[in-house]
Design a protein around this ligand. Structure first.
Ligand SMILES: C[S@@+](CC[C@H](N)C(=O)[O-])C[C@H]1O[C@@H](n2cnc3c(N)ncnc32)[C@H](O)[C@@H]1O
Length: 414
């Protein structure tokens, strides 16, 4: 099987069966001869999905079949994004792929559209928000939502900033210190750059080479915004912490190591994801109580028992689109509405588990106001015992910050 066919099969699973890109890729990468090529092509197509839909719409008289759309998107990325493949080779390879998947009847059509694409790209829309939607490959309704909130200039800035290539690493101070870690990494030829905001963190360029330290639990990869969220919670010695939506466990593990005698209960609704939390905790040498729990269902046993409750809720994930390029697929306003229902329920339940004087942190990796400020506002209106202490929206900045939202609320003392 050609590597292009492996790409086609992965993208078919994503587009036709709504599979997650990363999971489908991992499942089929073993079939590839050149894994880097397949990974780059699959991510490249997904990253440019909105843009290629626009091009296809402009270049074809009627909507092609799903398989032809996937073939055209593969071809467009080969032409635009794969410098190692000359245009003529890209067109030929995708025409061959069309035959390999048994769609020889479409090969003339694919050939014609891709050759025309090589000659000239369709003109971009003239209207500003439509143009940005195509240029940044972000669905128009999301671009309009952002422009209403952040203004056109800011929105363009964060939607078009170059992707950040470094990983954010945190030293496990329970096992080692930053000096020792950096000495080992520099000796191994790893490029390390200091994180000016967090004394125990730094950025690494080639994280594969830091694998040994990761496996030994001396460092972990935790995004800058995830660390910022954990700091906001201000967990102190002896605190009882409840992490309502904990998998894969990054924030729970941070809390467990943040101060002496911190007890953390880490919950998630998916059984298979609890194992990820356990593995994370074992690797980092911290103790967590891990429990299967649906955070949308009230649990009387937890009533007023926690100093800190974290609701790091399931969300649309639009703030991390640079890392998860399929995040925009199959998400519409209805999907956002249904997410907001879940998010509100989790926050309302979480609040009931906070001790008098304790805090609740609500966080998402999205920039949708409906999932962020609106949820917090509605909650504060409905539960007058809580006051807002801080609320911050992080915009993707191309320097390591993802799109993220964190709000911290405190329950009044008894
Ligand atoms: C944003 S992720 C959490 C990331 C995690 N806090 C960390 O830092 O590693 C959201 C998590 O919520 C879980 N989840 C989704 N619906 C849930 C529910 N009803 N109850 C509990 N957990 C839920 C998902 O399985 C997912 O692991």
């Amino acid at each position: 099987m050609s590597d292009l066919k492996v790409c086609y099969n992965i993208l078919s699973q994503v587009y036709k069966q709504q599979a997650y890109g990363s999971i489908s890729l991992t499942g089929k990468l073993g079939e590839a001869e050149n894994r880097d090529f397949v990974t780059r092509l699959v991510y490249g197509v997904l990253q440019n999905d909105v843009k290629y839909d626009y091009y296809i719409g402009r270049m074809t008289a009627k909507k092609p079949q799903n398989s032809a759309i996937i073939l055209l998107k593969i071809g467009m990325y080969c032409i635009e994004g794969m410098d190692s493949m000359p245009d003529y080779a890209a067109v030929n390879n995708v025409v061959e792929l069309t035959k390999e998947i048994g769609k020889q009847g479409s090969s003339g059509f694919i050939n014609g559209v891709l050759k025309a694409f090589c000659r000239q790209r369709p003109a971009l829309p003239t209207e500003a928000s439509q143009r940005l939607s195509v240029e940044a490959s972000v669905p128009l309704w999301i671009v309009k939502n952002y422009i209403r909130r952040f203004g056109a200039e800011k929105t363009r800035e964060f939607l078009t900033c170059a992707p950040f290539e470094l990983e954010h690493a945190r030293v496990n101070l329970l096992r080692t210190d930053k000096e020792k870690v950096l000495a080992k990494l520099v000796a191994a030829g790893v490029d390390c750059i200091d994180d000016p905001r967090n004394a125990d963190c730094f950025f690494v360029r080639n994280c594969q080479k830091s694998r040994q330290l990761f496996d030994a639990g001396e460092i972990t990869f935790q995004s800058l915004t995830s660390v910022e969220c954990c700091k906001t919670a201000e967990v102190r010695s002896g605190d009882n912490v409840l992490d309502m939506c904990a998998a894969p466990g990054g924030k729970s593990v941070y809390f467990a190591g943040a101060a002496d005698g911190v007890k953390v209960l880490s919950c998630d609704v998916y059984h298979h994801r609890l194992e990820l939390i356990q593995q994370y905790a074992r690797r980092m040498g911290v103790r967590l109580d891990v429990r299967l729990m649906d955070a949308t269902v009230y649990n009387k046993a937890l009533e007023s028992a926690y100093d800190v409750v974290l609701c790091d809720v399931p969300c649309s994930g639009f703030g991390v689109a640079a890392k998860k390029p399929d995040v925009y697929l199959f998400k519409d306003k209805d999907k956002i509405f249904s997410l907001t229902q879940t998010q509100s329920r989790i926050l309302e339940n979480g609040a009931r588990y906070v001790k008098a004087g304790g805090t609740i942190v609500y966080s998402t990796c999205t920039l949708m106001k409906e999932e962020n400020e609106d949820i917090v506002k509605k909650f504060l209106k409905s539960d007058r015992r809580f006051t807002l202490e801080s609320q911050h929206t992080y915009l993707p900045d191309g320097k390591g910050t993802d799109g993220f939202f964190v709000a911290k609320m405190r329950r009044e003392k008894a």
